[in-house]
Every structure is written in C-alpha cells, then in structure tokens.
Design a protein around this ligand. Structure first.
Ligand code: NAD
Length: 414
C-alpha cells in the first residue's frame, strides 16, 4: 500500500501477478493496496496473490511506486530488497534509513537508458502517461475545439498548440494533441528532437540556436544568455498559441525556466498553459504544482504527480517495468535430475542492477548520493541573508495582469 499522500498508483497489477508466480515467487499484497487505482483485493487473489497486512515484514523483495516510509523500512528484514522510485537528492533521509536498516534499495530512475533496459524504464513509462494527460487537460481547459470543424453553420478553426520539450512526455503530448485535431508546433533543445517532432505530424519550431545534447540522450543545461534568447525567440509562437504545454527537464537540475510571466501575459484571453514541470521548479514562471492559477488572461495548470492522475494505466505500465526488473534479478538453477528452480539473486556485475543500486549491506553504494550524504562536510555556511520582506508574498500585478472576468476559469484542484 502506497504511504505517500495523493499517490493512487500501485506497483503490481493482477494481470502481472502470474508472471511473478511463474518465476516461482509467492506474491503477497497488502489489503486495499490497489483500491486507489480501482483494483479490488479479490482481483489480486483471483490472480494467485494472497492478502497479507504484514507482508512487508517477511518479504525478500518489496515493490512500491514511491519510496518506502521510515516506519515501513524499519519493519523490513535486514538484507531484503526494495524496488521503487527513489529520487536520491530529495530523499536523503530515506536513503539513510535504508542504509541503516541494511536494505538493498534500487532506484528505478537510476536504471541506465540503454536499449536492454527500455522495458524496465519507469521514467519513460510514466512520462508517456503524463504527456497524454497534459494534452487532455489542455483540451479540457480550453473552451474551444481542438480540431477544425467545417459545418453547414460555418467553419471553426483548429486550436493552435505549442509544446516545449519533446522528450517522452512531450512527444506523447504532441501525438495526443494531433489526434485531437490541433495544429501543433514544438521545440526542443536536442538536435534529434526536430525529426521526432515532425514524425508526429507536428511542425518543429526552428529558433536558429545551438542545440544542447548532453550525455545519455538527455539535454544539457542552457547558459542564462541562451535561455534569454530562447525566451525572446519563442515569445511570438507562444503569443499565437491557444494552448501551451511545457515538459522540459534537465536531469539532476531544476526544470529550465522557458516562459516568463510576461510571455504568458501576451497570450490571448482564454488561453491555457499546462506546465508538467511545475513540481520540479516549473518551466513557466508563476505556475503552481497542483493548482490552476490565472496569469494575465490565461489559465495556468501546474502538474503534480501527473501519472497518478491516471492510476490504472500508469500502474499497469509501472508494474510491467517492475516485473521485467525482477525477472532480470532472478537466477535459474537446474539440479542433477534436470529440475529447474529459480531464486532472487541479482547479479551485481550487471550494469542495470549495479547502476540502479543505492544502498546495500549497510552502505550507500551510489557514489553521488554517498558523497551528498556522507561526503566531507561543507565549511560552515555564512550568516544567512536577512530575509527580504517581500519574499513569498504574491508578485505585484503588472498592467498586463488586469484580468478579464472569464466565465470558464477552472476551480483550483485537479
Ligand atoms: P527529460 O524528461 O529529461 O526532458 C524532457 C525534454 O526536455 C527533453 O527532450 C529535453 O531535451 C527537453 N529540454 C531540456 N531543456 C530544454 C529547453 N531549455 N528547451 C526545450 N526543451 C528542453 O527527457 P526524456 O523525456 O526522459 O528523454 C530524453 C531523451 O532520451 C529522448 O530522446 C528519449 O527518446 C531518450 N530516451 C531513451 C531511452 C532509452 O534508450 N532507454 C529511454 C527514455 C528516453
């Protein structure tokens, strides 16, 4: 059962229980674990799992979506394995607990992006769900058609959608917006993205700027000069859009600020902005994770745990990633009589197993995390600055913030 508030996904679905029992595992599910994803306990038992509220205490392997809570980690057996998302930068206290409890913890987001690992890549599977959801949210908030409509009563033009960031989520947002009939333009800093954008039937925005390829197929961080130039060149595209969807990210960094408040204020009345990166700093200045705010005459939707907003399919895809990871970590033996048996025995020589491991045998084995937690202590910090009295207060409304009283503003909440 997921312990983080607002998490509706579940790490195993009934359809896939048979894959684990087929490998020889005994699958225990905490009662009610699937309910937020609309999966009843009986579906798990019918699939061959059993219900056990104390399953955690005896388990060799515990799978979850979010990192385990401290209380749960302390109830686990030393030497057991935990598989989950584990953003080590934000979860240092959890990593320390996992280390001290002697748990072998693997972080799904540390699985390397090599072709052999694609089927285990939880970041990609959940980004796909997020990208779809972003396009549907934009279409739902926008009080006009996405597609062109030619009727006896006249023609209604298609909506214009701009997507910034064309990774897994962005490409899915593009594909979904296209399927709904919108005219889609998209921009990404990676050179390879232009062709991928066009292959989805969208127009690639060419800003005539240097491309920024980083390691492992990811983007590199922009300099502030380039960021300012990118914002300037993107302004007319955003001003012309009915809906803007932003999905840009740079691994290990706060989300890049692509769109300022002033840029949003130039959008037409009734425009919609969907910022998938709102939780990690935001691609859009002023977006708030989990809320719809008004900036100028646009509604700005900030994503918060977006995959969890479609918990059924997100859980199914994540559970498949987990099954593939557990399968990789399972060894088969054949005895003298030719009987085959299998056991959970991760091969730490394997790149996927080794790279994703954060703690093992009471040690933090992921070096960047170990350094961040146990590294040489920093010299004492300088005296903190006297806080600015205006800090944290609402930004002043500019002239362009004189808001129309639009009849269709979305209530806060998602
Ligand atoms: P991500 O979530 O880290 O970033 C999303 C997108 O934002 C990326 O496309 C990035 O280029 C873009 N971006 C960053 N800064 C930007 C800026 N200033 N302006 C505009 N866009 C900006 O990336 P992702 O979706 O996880 O995928 C990135 C790449 O990795 C893609 O090419 C994807 O196909 C590839 N990938 C490979 C594998 C694999 O081989 N196993 C798995 C998943 C993704």
């Amino acid at each position: 059962m997921e312990s983080r508030e607002g998490e509706a996904r579940v790490a195993m679905v009934p359809e896939l229980v048979g894959k684990l029992t087929g490998l020889g595992y005994d699958v225990a599910v905490e009662p009610g674990a699937g309910l937020p994803a609309l999966i009843a306990d009986e579906e798990y038992t019918a699939a061959g799992a059993h219900l056990d509220a104390a399953a955690l205490e005896d388990a060799d392997v515990v799978v979850s979506v979010q990192p385990l809570s401290v209380d749960r980690i302390r109830r686990m057996r030393r030497g057991a394995t935990a598989l989950s998302f584990l953003p080590t930068n934000q979860e240092q206290a959890t990593v320390v607990e996992l280390r001290d409890a002697g748990i072998t913890a693997h972080a799904v987001e540390l699985i390397p992006r090599i072709s052999r690992a694609q089927s285990m890549d939880g970041l990609s599977s959940q980004a796909l769900v997020s990208g779809y959801r972003c396009a549907i949210v934009a279409a739902g908030l926008l009080r006009r058609f996405f597609p062109l409509n030619m009727t006896a009563a006249g023609t209604v033009q298609a909506a214009e959608v701009v997507v910034l960031g064309a990774g897994v989520a962005g490409l899915q947002a593009i594909a979904t917006s296209k399927r709904l009939g919108a005219i889609v333009r998209a921009y990404d800093v990676r050179a390879a993205a232009a062709e991928e954008i066009r292959s989805m039937g969208a127009k690639s925005i060419d800003l005539d700027l240097d491309t920024l390829e980083g390691a492992g197929g990811y983007a590199r961080e922009m300099t502030e000069d380039r960021a300012a130039r990118q914002r300037e060149l993107l302004t007319p595209f955003i001003a012309a859009a009915d809906a803007l969807i932003t999905t840009a990210a740079v691994p290990g960094r706060a989300a890049p600020m692509l769109v300022t408040r002033e840029m949003v204020e130039q959008m037409k009345p009734g425009s919609v902005v969907v910022d998938l990166a709102a939780e990690t700093g935001g691609n859009v200045e002023g977006s708030v994770a989990g809320e719809v705010v008004r900036i100028g005459n646009a509604q700005v939707w900030g994503g918060r745990n977006v995959p969890s907003q479609m918990p059924g399919p997100a859980s199914k895809l994540y559970a498949q990633n987990i099954v593939n990871l557990v399968t990789l970590m399972t060894a088969s033996d054949t005895d003298d009589e030719g009987n085959r048996s299998s056991r959970f025995a991760p091969d730490f020589e394997d790149e996927i197993v080794a790279s994703s491991c954060v703690t093992r045998d009471g040690v933090i084995v992921h070096e960047p995390t170990r350094q961040a937690i146990e590294g040489t202590p920093e010299p004492p910090a300088a005296e903190p600055d006297v806080p600015d009295e205006t800090e944290g207060s609402a930004p002043p409304l500019g002239a362009a913030d004189e808001q129309l009283d639009l009849p269709y503003d979305q209530e806060a909440g998602q």
